[in-house]
Design a binder for this molecule. Structure first.
Ligand code: B12
Length: 221
């Protein structure tokens, strides 16, 4: 039965048919599939399949990528609330766009992808001052600050990632909190993340999930 559900759900996600995807999931739960199986055997593999298939022409498939991550995020939120035992949350990430940057779309996709990988996301929104990123990381005991910048000047700004690094350094927090960046400028220049003193970067939402998960695991060793 699970194979049939996986096939039907994958088709709905590829068609970006949110209603159909949710109906398949709700019916599966009614037929006795556990919410744990829905998340780990249906939703997460579907996201992985999706990114493999669209990565060849990322820009042309942008809307599909966005919708798939929103569906995954919605289903995951709904299913996690039904888990018998609390799932093992991989870790917590503070997410926001850099100072001066109002572009929300990339960040929303990243948030959906992280949540579907059981990473808790505290989304601070847009135009976030460096101090707020660090304060939130301390408040939520987060090990990663994830900064989205869609413009070259907000990526390179002294008030953005560079400032977050300076604060972490001054507060002796560099071992406890890592910085991950992403957004169009980092795709234009893959070395930019080093220039702005981030620990890592990722070119899309799914890669962001992988990179951040590995970073958190590494820090937990
Ligand atoms: C849509 C858009 C807007 C919308 C934003 C709407 C919204 N709510 O987000 C509006 C119209 C408001 C807008 C405004 C402006 N924009 Co604009 N905008 C765009 C546009 C067309 C698409 C950006 C986008 O949403 N992409 C879709 C997302 C999903 O793709 P993505 O960014 O690559 O995201 C993926 C990865 O980057 C990664 N990722 C993203 N964030 C993160 C974070 C982390 C931590 C990780 C790991 C990964 C990651 O994962 C994402 C999902 O897979 C781009 C052009 C372009 N092709 O990029 C210009 C663009 C970014 N804008 C630009 C400019 C200049 C502006 C304005 C200054 C225009 C103006 N004169 O007013 C203002 C600035 C507003 C501000 N202060 O932020 C320029 C920047 C140029 C530059 N060299 O820096 C661009 C490149 C257009 C251009 N070619 O000139 N914009």
């Amino acid at each position: 039965m699970l194979t049939k559900i996986i096939t039907a759900y994958n088709e709905a996600v590829f068609d970006t048919d949110r209603d159909q995807a949710l109906e398949i999931i709700h019916q599966a739960v009614a037929e006795g599939i556990t919410p744990e199986d829905i998340v780990f055997k249906v939703v997460i593999p579907a996201m992985e399949l999706m990114i493999k298939s669209i990565s060849e022409d990322f820009d042309a498939n942008l809307a599909q990528h966005f919708m798939a991550s929103q569906i995954a995020s919605q289903v995951t939120d709904e299913m996690v609330a039904k888990f018998q035992t609390s799932p093992h949350v991989v870790g917590t990430v503070i997410l926001g766009t850099s100072h001066g940057d109002m572009h929300t779309l990339g960040k929303r996709i990243v948030s959906g992808c992280l949540r579907s990988l059981m990473i808790e996301v505290v989304d601070l929104g847009v135009n976030i001052p460096a101090e707020q990123f660090v304060e939130a990381a301390l408040t939520h005991n987060a090990s990663v600050i994830a900064i989205s910048s869609m413009m070259m000047h907000t990526a390179r700004s002294e008030l953005g990632c560079l400032k977050v690094r300076e604060i972490l350094k001054n507060k002796n927090l560099e071992d406890k909190i890592k910085i991950v960046v992403g957004g169009a400028p980092y795709r234009w220049d893959p070395h930019l993340y080093q220039a702005v003193q981030a620990d890592a970067w990722a070119e899309d939402g799914i890669t962001a999930g992988k990179v951040i998960k590995e970073l958190i695991m590494e820090m937990q060793k």
